[in-house]
Ligand binder design. Structure first.
Ligand SMILES: C[S@@+](CC[C@H](N)C(=O)[O-])C[C@H]1O[C@@H](n2cnc3c(N)ncnc32)[C@H](O)[C@@H]1O
Length: 345
């Protein structure tokens, strides 16, 4: 099942903005990426049954490999927008040959990818958002202020502009909006002013210079434990990869794909992402979404989800002790109801 056909051929001959398989292999050998909240994810995967599972962010194949090991009847479709991640996951999942297919694609294309598999529905969809450790630790990708490197930040070749293009070309107001919306940065206009002043001296090309500017401006971060460079790099990455729109479309299409009784699991790493997931689940768990002052329902909305996590699950202390990067994770899960307005019925 893995290999042949599909979109994988798109990788050939193109200039990849995704990661390099060789670099990922080397980084993984030094510090393996650990899947986040594995116990909580596996609890939602039955041990038996010929389940159809979509791992919409297959990354290094960590969750996928645990799922395929737990349920030997399951078949898995894995998506990732990063070519290098797909290649890496293919090696990692080789033990389950014949039970998975991997595709370089954004999860906003989940419906098309499933249809190309001949799947009208799926039993479980997992979305583990953000970056893998391998992407973060590869200086050539520009995701981290801990290493100097080019200000790129494109997760895959589908993304358009690099982070340096945004910093050098966007207006002061556009930059302030990006920092405020996606990084929740206090004094986002001050940071934007500083960037506009700096780029008039010399265009931005590398991560170290941006990190230095963030560090020298006081009071940008309102969040305990999150430094100004962390928030600024997060905001730029979200903008470069259009992550919020990806999430809104991806999660809606994923729920549309779920079979009755199917489960969606989303792990997010910042409050903007988690808010989108929470609000979407809440809306889909209600029969009517008319404004409260409407005397009668006009929307005809039918509940499609039962929320399984009233509050988001968070990693346990032992997991955070073993993997600091798991700390901000928030897991939300919901089950598809038997409603009759779904595309897959
Ligand atoms: C946190 S990692 C996933 C790690 C994976 N669960 C594991 O255990 O190895 C997130 C992955 O999602 C991918 N990704 C992020 N946004 C995406 C999108 N919109 N569509 C497809 N893949 C995406 C990233 O390239 C990255 O490889």
């Amino acid at each position: 099942m893995n290999g042949g056909g599909f979109d994988e051929s798109k990788a050939e001959g193109s200039v990849s903005q995704g990661g390099s398989f060789e670099v990922y292999q080397r980084l993984f050998a030094d510090a393996p990426h650990k899947p986040v909240m594995p116990r909580e994810v596996l609890e939602l995967v039955p041990e038996s049954g010929a389940l159809k599972i979509v791992d919409a962010t297959v990354g290094c194949g960590g969750h996928s490999s645990l799922i395929l090991k737990k349920n030997s009847g399951a078949v898995l479709l894995g998506l990732d927008r990063d070519d290098g991640a797909i290649e890496f996951a293919r090696q990692r999942l080789a033990f389950a040959d014949g039970r998975f297919r991997l595709v370089t694609a954004c999860f906003s294309e989940i419906g098309r990818c499933a249809a190309e598999m001949g799947w009208l529905s799926a039993d479980i969809v997992l979305m583990d958002l953000g970056l893998s450790s391998l992407q973060l630790d590869d200086p050539s990708r520009g995701f981290s202020y801990m290493h100097d490197g080019p200000l790129d930040m494109r997760m895959g070749r589908d993304a358009g502009s690099a982070a340096s293009d945004i910093l050098n070309d966007c207006s002061r107001d556009e930059l302030a909006e990006i920092f405020f919306r996606y990084g929740e940065i206090r004094r986002s206009r001050k940071l934007a002013d500083e960037i506009v002043a700096e780029r008039s001296r010399e265009p931005f090309t590398n991560t170290a210079r941006l990190a230095e500017i963030c560090r020298r401006l006081p009071g940008l971060s309102r969040k305990r434990g999150l430094t100004a460079p962390t928030l600024c790099f997060q905001a730029l990455r979200v903008a470069v990869n259009d992550e919020m729109r990806q999430l809104e479309k991806g999660i809606a299409d994923a729920v549309g794909l779920l079979a009755p009784g199917g489960v969606i699991v989303v792990i997010s790493f910042n409050s903007a992402e988690d808010r989108i997931v929470k609000n979407f689940f809440r809306e889909e768990a209600r029969d009517c979404i008319c404004p409260p002052d409407f005397p009668v329902c006009r929307c005809g909305h039918v509940r499609r989800l039962e929320i399984l996590t009233r509050k988001p699950l968070v990693p346990k202390d032992d997991e955070i002790a073993a993997n600091r990067r798991a700390a901000p994770a928030r897991l939300r899960a919901a089950r598809r109801t038997n409603c009759s307005n779904g595309a897959n019925m």
